[in-house]
Design a protein around this ligand. Structure first.
Ligand code: PFF
Length: 444
């Protein structure tokens, strides 16, 4: 490992927070959180989700950041340096998860580019004529086109990672994250002032505790891990570029806060609009690409609203995709590859692995009865991330505890009021909760 070369660093604390929040805020927040919440009891689900994020999610995030900053290496290298033995396997699982998640994530990222452009080139007319479903069906079964957009999305991702930490990831996240927030606020303003918006707010936020079951708690945990980018060493990698002065607990809380706020706010765009126009809200994943265009088509200035929304989705997806590619590239860069080499070669390989996912939307290939894209999602989100979370927590809670305490207090120069809670969550609560939910909720 080339440690004589000065490691790249974030230029500022806010740069680090925005980059980490950029990783966390993604398709998971805007595309997935609102419909999972809608299906699982609205505000009752949000309450459980909040508890999981701020107790378990925060603890695992801080654990990852501490490991990365201490070791100053990628996810695999960090475990080799701090512990050795079998521990690097946890890092390997993370690199594999990053590889797999980005492969299908870029396919959906490609859809957002297509939908952004198409918002201005006919989508609104078709959607107004009730044909949004046909447009979507026509697009995803046109494999060549899907792959082309996927390639476009990967190229942008590779470009940013190629440019590096300060000049690439940090610079773009510092522009894109505020832009994302602004677009979100504009869209909320439009949505909640529509006539009939109140019914949507009620559906989204009225607590229905009867819908809270083991399955919905499991859904909240899975959602939290995916949404916060946990369990695969992403925060280890980003943490390795943080300077020694930054207070990690504060940074972790802020990232959890931004991520959760964006998720909740995304629902304030979607549900009021859907209800105001009397469209079916239970549309699941299709909500974003079928239901919403039909809703936008009914508003004055349809193209603008649709364009803004898909731009929002594209930005969210891009800043997350960047972090996924960085996790994979960082491993090879620490092995001595140049950054351009790692970003381009890994980006291309991930693109190739994504091709079956792109094709699976047209019906083939399947893996044990599941669409390829769903299978990749399942293996990474439901298996690799939770397992990674268990091992990372156990590592900090049992094996690396006193060093971890030193790392999060900057060698004792800061006080961290939640220290004993953090350690106990890592030691027992997080692993037990994740394993229980993993065991009960693991249905192919
Ligand atoms: N957090 C991203 C989202 O919510 O869409 C997805 C993700 C990014 C997961 C990076 C894991 C990761 F390392």
């Amino acid at each position: 490992m080339t440690q004589d070369v000065q490691r790249e660093q974030w230029g500022s604390k806010i740069g680090f927070i925005l980059a980490a929040a950029g990783s966390a805020v993604g398709l998971g927040n805007i595309w997935r959180f609102p419909y999972v919440t809608g299906q699982n009891g609205g505000a009752a689900f949000v309450l459980i989700y909040l508890a999981i994020v701020f107790i378990i999610g925060f603890s695992v995030m801080l654990a990852e950041m501490a490991i990365g900053r201490k070791a100053q290496l990628n996810a695999v290298g960090s475990f080799s340096k701090l512990a050795g033995g079998l521990w690097p396997l946890v890092g390997w699982m993370g690199v594999a998860a990053g590889f797999i998640i980005l492969s299908f994530y870029a396919v959906i990222g490609g859809w957002t580019i297509k939908y952004f452009i198409h918002s201005f080139t006919g989508l609104m007319a078709d959607a107004a004529a009730g044909k949004a479903g046909d447009v979507f069906g026509g697009f995803v079964t046109n494999t060549m086109q899907v792959i082309l957009y996927q390639a476009g999305f990967m190229l942008v991702t590779i470009w940013v990672v190629y440019k590096g930490i300060g000049e690439g990831i940090e610079k773009y996240c510092k522009i894109l994250m505020p832009a994302l927030f602004l677009i979100l606020l504009i869209l909320i303003g439009r949505s909640v002032t529509l006539e009939g918006a109140g019914k949507g707010l009620e559906f989204y936020l009225k607590p229905d505790f009867s819908k809270i079951t083991g399955a919905s708690i499991s859904a909240a945990l899975g959602q939290a891990f995916f949404s916060l980018s946990l369990g695969m060493g992403c925060m280890i990698t980003y943490g390795s570029y943080v300077d020694r002065k930054t207070a990690l607990p504060g940074a972790a809380i802020q990232v959890c806060f931004i991520d959760t706020m964006v998720a909740i706010l995304a629902g304030l765009v979607i549900f009021p609009a859907v209800f105001a126009f009397g469209v079916d809200a239970g549309a699941g994943p299709g909500l974003t690409f079928v239901t919403l265009p039909s809703v936008f088509a009914k508003m004055p200035g349809a193209m603008i609203w649709s364009g803004l929304f898909f731009l929002l989705l594209f930005i969210a997806a891009l800043t997350s995709a960047i972090s996924l590619l960085e996790v994979v590239s960082a491993y090879f860069i620490d092995k001595g590859w140049s950054r351009p080499q790692a970003a381009i070669i890994m980006g291309l390989l991930i693109f190739v692995l994504g091709i079956p996912s792109a094709m699976s939307l047209a019906g083939a290939p399947k893996v044990a009865g599941k669409d390829f894209l769903d299978a990749m999602d399942f293996i990474s989100s439901n298996v690799l991330l939770p397992l990674g979370g268990v091992f990372i927590s156990l590592f900090v809670g049992w094996f690396w505890t006193s060093d971890a305490e030193k790392e999060v207090t900057n060698e004792g120069t800061l006080t961290f009021g939640l220290m004993s809670m953090w350690i106990w969550v890592c030691r027992v609560i997080a692993p037990a909760a994740i394993l229980y939910i993993f065991y009960t909720g693991l249905k192919w």
